[in-house]
Design a protein around this ligand. Structure first.
Ligand code: PMP
Ligand code: GLN
Length: 384
């Protein structure tokens, strides 16, 4: 195989989902809801399929979806984007990440990643021939200088740094960066003249009234930020892989320059349905977030009861726990043994770190029905 694949392990999600399937364990690993999003949106997709929307969509996406995305950014965040030149539809945020990195990173350029990082980020940096520079996100809310302090960012920076890849609400920790923490990142990006690629796929899934603040809304950041999101998390259609990028024209057009050679265009019949979701069901993710918040509490309380030290997340699908108190030190060993011992699957975090800060951390998803979470907790109480 080509060198760009060397050293990139198979994604942990495949290993752990296969383990869940082969052992019949309850899968609190890979994050996907076990209930679909609104039937009304599915109906729009069916209508599109049945009414001849089955040939190539325009490369940047159908105008209706680009307009709906621009209106969404305006309505929620006061950000104005020209749907014709500053919005692009992608095949999930995953293609947005790939196209953004391929468009912005030359061989030898450095990219700052916040560890623990979503596993497609380092893979894409390597594909581009770039070099990743990890900065460790602190899980301690009261950490001096915030959870991403300026000093840690400075240590990772050099004159080769081009891009900072940010993700808030953050997978896997559930951290939602505060305005102060984002101001620190923004000042750093401005001072080093960096482009920020901001993965905001969990933008609507925050809890306890915690606001999601797009970094593009901060001073001087709109012109240097490419923001990515998708239909998957906000509307519980993770399998649809309809995503979008918004940003200044030069960045979005650069992304499209890469995208045209990756997929050329994204799936046509799901785009009108995604536009419909953004236009007509704007309130839906709010209800989902509240419902998820209750399931977060169910999971976190249960994990604490069995003796795990849990960081209660402010957003996303995930809670992270420290397994040290259970007498374990290696998350991968713990997760490989767990299906056998307890009949539950979770995700070890060490693969999302360059440093050893994640060795003892394990991620659990609560985007499952209450009965499923309760069953997992009962099993864990019996056999952890
Ligand atoms: N970024 C993060 C942080 C995610 O958790 C996910 C979901 N797997 C993605 C990107 C990918 O999103 P999509 O399914 O839209 O490609
Ligand atoms: N975002 C989901 C998770 O982190 C899905 C991962 C994936 O499918 N690669 O679990």
């Amino acid at each position: 195989t080509a060198r760009r694949l060397h050293g990139i392990p198979p994604t942990i999600f495949s290993e752990m989902s296969a383990l869940a399937a082969s052992t019949g364990a309850v899968n609190l690993g890979q994050g996907f809801p076990d209930v679909d999003g609104p039937a009304e949106i599915i109906k729009e997709a069916v209508t599109a399929l049945e009414s001849g929307r089955n040939q190539y969509a325009p490369g940047p996406g159908i105008p209706a979806l680009r307009e709906a995305v621009a209106a969404h950014q305006q309505r929620h965040y006061g950000l104005t984007f020209d749907p014709a030149r500053e919005v692009a539809v992608t095949t999930g945020a995953t293609e947005g990440i790939a196209a953004a990195i391929l468009a912005l990173v030359d061989p030898g350029d450095e990219v700052i990643l916040v560890e623990p990082y979503y596993d497609s980020y380092p893979a894409m940096v390597q594909f581009a021939g770039g070099v990743r520079r990890p900065v460790t996100l602190s899980l301690d809310e009261s950490a001096p200088g915030g959870r991403l302090p300026r000093e840690a960012l400075e240590v990772a920076a050099s004159d080769k740094t081009k891009v900072l890849l940010l993700n808030s609400p953050h997978n896997p920790t559930g951290t939602v960066l505060t305005r102060e923490e984002l101001e620190t990142v923004a000042a750093f990006a401005r001072d080093h003249d960096l482009t920020v690629v901001s993965d905001e796929v969990y933008e609507h899934l925050t809890f306890d009234g915690t606001p999601h603040i797009p970094i593009a809304t901060l001073d001087g950041m709109r012109e240097r930020t490419m923001t990515l999101s998708s239909i998957g998390k906000s509307f519980s259609f993770t399998g649809w892989k309809v995503g979008w990028a918004t940003g200044p024209e030069h960045l979005v057009q650069a992304l499209l320059g890469a995208k045209q050679w990756l997929t050329f265009t994204s799936g046509a019949p799901l785009q009108p349905a995604a536009a419909y979701a953004l236009e007509h069901l704007d309130h839906w993710p709010t209800g989902l977030a509240l419902d998820l918040q209750h399931r977060r509490d169910l999971l976190c309380d249960g994990l604490k009861r069995i003796g795990l030290d849990v960081t209660v997340p402010e957003g996303t699908y995930f809670a992270v726990s420290d397994i040290t108190d259970l007498g374990w030190s290696d998350g991968l060993e713990f997760c490989r043994a767990l299906p056998e011992r307890a009949g539950v699957v979770a995700i070890p975090l060490q693969g999302f770190y360059d440093s050893d800060a994640g060795q003892h951390l394990v991620r659990w998803t609560f985007t499952k029905q209450r009965e499923v979470i309760e069953e997992a907790l009962e099993r864990l109480a019996r056999g952890n």
